[in-house]
Ligand binder design. Sequence first.
Ligand code: ADP
Ligand code: MG
Length: 692
Amino acid sequence: MNRLNSEIKYLKGVGEFKAKLLAKLDIYTMADLLDFFPRTYINRKVNIPISQFNVGDNVSFTGKITSINNNNSFSGKKQLIVQISDKSGFINCKWFRFGKWLVDELQVGQNIWVGGTINEFAGRFEIIHPQIELLDKEKQDKFWEKRSILPVYNLTASLTTQGMRKLILNLFRDYHQDIEETLPEFILKKKGFEPRYIALQRIHFPTDLEKVEESKKRFVFEELFYQQLMLSRVYYSNKVIQKGHKFQLYKTFTSQLKKELPFEMTNAQKKVLKEIIKDMTKAEQMRRLIQGDVGSGKTIVVLFAMLIAVENGFQAAIVAPTEILAEQHLKSISSFLKNQTSIKVELIKGGNYKGKKKVKERIATGEINIIIGTHALFQKDIFFKKLGLVVIDEQHRFGVKQRSVLSKKNNYPDLLYLSATPIPRSLSMTVFGDLDISRIDELPPSRKPVTTIWKGSSKKNLVYEEIRAELKKGRQVYVVCPLVEESEKLDLLDATSIYNKLKDEVFREFRCALLHGRMKPAEKDEIMLDFKNHKYDILVSTTVIEVGIDVANATIMMIEHAERFGLSQLHQLRGRVGRGSEASFCYLISYPPISKEGRERLSMMNRTNDGFLIAEKDLELRGPGEFFGTIQSGMPSYRHANILRDQDVLEEARELAIEIIKEDYDLKLEKHKSLHNNYFPRYFEREKLFKF
Ligand code: ADP
Ligand code: MG
């Protein structure tokens, strides 16, 4: 075993206690520390004189502390003001939040490095909460004392930059022989990368800051490449090594469905169905994700796939995250199949109820061909006679483990995942890199685009009148309220008070209901169902309204505090109206102050109804982590790569990875030796999470 894989506590200068602190930075092994790159660098050679600073400049400079003031400000708040001077002038650094340790450490006369942004206050320049580092010799290791470029790290409590520098130095001194090349020669050549050892040295102990950026590229590539290597292996083993069902196209049931279809399928639907058929008629297991906006018509595409399985003597199952969505599927599927009485469709729900045992028996005997269910389908006591296809609706609502249950137990049926959340391609390639992806990127022509209108809160009364006019025509309305500061309790209050106001003042003549996340699932389902059946005219809710819910008569949505929602979320909410043949409206009500980004979001909503465009923009505005956090868990985190910035690298890494795995699945070839040595210790366990 490579010694770099041993625990970090064994490194000189670490020990049990420091190891715990390092763990907070995701550093567990020697290799992890090697991979922990400086956030920035102090360049002692470059020094812009203080007199040349301008407001808004991002500066880093060295100077001397000439005064320290730790008194309360006029308003009685604690503040720390440290004056730093060089030959050309002085500038104040200010802290409003600071620990005692900072006050203890700073002394007049010390040399200090400062990094931050220049602000102006009362006619003077200052830097609020700067990055600092004391540069005095006794604090520095001998090694660093002589160097002009010093690394600066992102650290957590109790770890100091100087301490970190020492550890990295110890690591290189004691373990440099263990640093191995992780990319094959032909990739280094092709990409013009430096050998790993040299690149690491340039990053940790730079002499030339321009070279650092060059050297970092290698690690961005490497990180994405190894991940793609893993996804490619998973894909390949699931698809090719693992045998799946090879279905025939008998066209007994499918052709009748086609004949009886009350509409023409869109080109996007036809294209995706073709992709599915291609998968299903191969002896490989289909593992395909279908992305398509709410209302793009995923159900009918999936129904064709299910009928192919049924024609071949297999059963097909569709799993929905809630009973109400399962019921909706039952209703629409039954109506599409109303003349094909030989196909038996049945719903199975959670809990105990009359008739459930009988349904389970009929699933086991194979009498039921299409089974629609909730989580109940994952239970141990459900046995299928011969399951050929599983469809998972709203796939992000289920865990990987749950999804895999049906697969293993039933001899690897074909799998289709559905998602109403359009995701930019670069994200799909990483998060769903082990799946094939289809996109239904077109709405049926019968669907009128939702007219989106953004209004300031002062115009709310006008919006109320628009709503009243629609209500008088017999239509229904959604009023959506935001989460207030992520707090369930405030959120509840907010929705409740709006509900009370609408019910008691604004719309007294109409029937209002309230829906929020604190309610029990059964209670929520009941309210949703009652709304669907038009027992209410107005539904006031938080964001918990089901994405897939289909209430054709609801033609207006009003979103309160629209400036607080993410772009993808606004778009998803909007998708709940415009499902019938009537024109629909979405009012975005914003309250000041609105940030620049908030404005961009709202105007984007005004501009387009295209979910994929909106997703790209959302990703751009928020960055991958946050974008993903709100729609799906399990976004991989990267040390070096940023999939927004590095999309091209990602594409290239993926292509190369697929090529390599196709040629040499086990990485046995001599030219792949470095890949083999590095891949299996680090990724083999992770692979298993994806295989089912
Ligand atoms: P989703 O993708 O949100 O699951 P659905 O499958 O529920 O969408 O379809 C939404 C509605 O559009 C359904 O009433 C469905 O019958 C109808 N629909 C689907 N495809 C078409 C089409 N090509 N033309 C007209 N209506 C369609
Ligand atoms: Mg749906």
